[in-house]
Design a protein around this ligand. Structure first.
Ligand SMILES: C[C@@H](C(=O)O)C(=O)SCCNC(=O)CCNC(=O)[C@H](O)C(C)(C)COP(=O)(O)OP(=O)(O)OC[C@H]1O[C@@H](n2cnc3c(N)ncnc32)[C@H](O)[C@@H]1OP(=O)(O)O
Ligand SMILES: [Co+2]
Length: 165
């Protein structure tokens, strides 16, 4: 009798597992992980003046100014151990940071950049979770690696950049 009960339970469990697999609607997404903060970005009205503050007053290691035409910004990186501050200034007529600077005349914290282990998997997963991506495909960022931005309204009011680690 006990043997029959065990066998019936075994059959029951087998059916539950089989059905769970057959009716699963979760799309396949490769595993991905979020890593460290790559940079915190600050949009500023005068990038030379701000760079000089970090270089000459705070004695930090500060890069040259670089044009990022794909992104409509000029960047300067302040190196801080294993992370960075990215200074941003608008480039061209349609810079994505112009509206932010119009609202924040003396500048302000613009975005955080988090490293991810697999940006394509992250994009697929976040899209399925209704987090708006601000471009259809990843672009090449300031460090020569793919990056994508997530809408601040879907990330607790913070613009988030993901960068392939
Ligand atoms: C070089 C590269 C790299 O590191 O590799 C970079 O970082 S390039 C860095 C520059 N590139 C990017 O930022 C690309 C992604 N950004 C964008 O597509 C845009 O900037 C948006 C985030 C969509 C915002 O565009 P825009 O200011 O024209 O739109 P909007 O005025 O309608 O803003 C919609 C709402 O979002 C808010 N909002 C705008 N910018 C925000 C920000 N940085 N942080 C938090 N909230 C923000 C506005 O106040 C508004 O809220 P209310 O409706 O409540 O007033
Ligand atoms: Co950035």
């Amino acid at each position: 009798m006990a043997g029959l009960t065990r066998f019936t339970r075994f059959l029951g469990e087998l059916l539950v597992k089989k059905n769970a697999r057959a009716f699963s609607i979760t799309p396949f997404v490769a595993d991905w992980k979020v890593g460290k903060i790559n940079h915190v970005a600050i949009a500023v009205p005068d990038i030379e003046k701000t760079a000089s503050m970090y270089r000459d007053v705070l004695k930090a290691k500060v890069s040259e100014k670089h044009a990022q035409p794909e992104h409509g910004v000029y960047t300067v990186f302040v190196e801080l151990g294993d992370t960075k501050i990215e200074l941003l200034n608008p480039m061209g007529e349609k810079s994505p940071i112009q509206g932010f600077l119009d609202k924040n005349k003396s500048g302000g914290m613009h975005h955080i950049c988090l490293e991810v282990s697999d940006i394509e998997a992250a994009m697929k997963d976040l899209k399925a979770k209704n987090i708006r991506l601000l471009s259809e495909t990843a672009k090449i960022g300031a460090h020569g690696k793919p990056v994508v931005f997530l809408h601040p309204k879907d990330c607790n009011g913070v613009l988030v950049e993901l960068e392939q680690e």
